[in-house]
Ligand binder design. Sequence first.
Ligand code: ADP
Ligand SMILES: N[C@@H](CCOP(=O)(O)O)C(=O)O
Length: 306
Amino acid sequence: MIVKAFSSSANLGAGYDILALAHNAFEDTIEIEAKNSSELDIKVEGEGVPLAVEKNSASYALYELLREYNVRAKVRLKVIKGIPAGLGLGSSGASAAAAVYGANELFKLGLSRQELVKFAMKGEIASSGSPHPDNVAASLIGGVISVVNPNSIKVEQVPINLDFELILIIPLVKIEAKTKKAREMVPKQIEISKYVANARYLSSLILGFIKGDRELIRLGLNDDIVEKSREPLFPYYPKIKEVSLLNNAIGACVSGAGPTIAIFVDSMSDKNKIIDESLKVCKAYGYECIYKLAKVSGGAWIERRD
Ligand SMILES: Nc1ncnc2c1ncn2[C@@H]1O[C@H](COP(=O)(O)OP(=O)(O)O)[C@@H](O)[C@H]1O
Ligand SMILES: N[C@@H](CCOP(=O)(O)O)C(=O)O
């Protein structure tokens, strides 16, 4: 069986560990097949990813799912990366999402996409040390998702009533254990005024998506807490955001834990100028960046069943 899942941008605006968006910028592919066996055994194959079951987000998630449902089988799991890892594009989350989605079909477990989030998110323990559900939920379910409850895992799709696309500004860097480091940078305590400002942004962003209100989305694509605390990882971000807004972008935010920047644009935005100016900002800060256009995408899918 061949399964695919798209990349994602998490932490939209002030939606840290809450709001994420699946997009068709890149996709991961998982090959999964199983033979009968008296016990569960998973063999990981792939290039450029850890091959130890407990170190690969896809096999870690798969193991948790199959153990929970007492599946005894010899499973071959091949991870074929299309999403560059460590750049804030939900790379670890996408293959975990594809792995559990494929296993659910292969072993006829009958779980919903929402129910599979609980297992896919465990895969993020392998990649970042924390089971954050946002990326995997977006890659599993598609669209824009909001993690309403991380414990009972309640995830809802946010209706999107504005036509927009993304310009992803992607620095070609390698930050070892990037998301793990980025999560350690988030403050444990904040002033109430910062909480209220971020709650306003989040409210504005979600209302903007639902009402299709460009101005509300622009107001909502801000974060005074997490993005600010992680800025040393992407010093070019404030300037990229400034030049994007000057050229009539809807707004911009850090994609996941970065270093990629997601710029929301529509027919009113000067896309070419935003791309040119943003790449110049990258250079000015000493980074080599590429850009990728993307649209909101669907969730994981079965490419081939046999
Ligand atoms: N299946 C996988 N796909 C991508 N990265 C993985 C996978 N399994 C484990 N990893 C590890 O996770 C890290 C990348 O994940 P992360 O830091 O969350 O960045 P991102 O999700 O932005 O790609 C890398 O260190 C990589 O070795
Ligand atoms: N909410 C997470 C999102 C990480 O996204 P990634 O694409 O950078 O892995 C976090 O900010 O830790």
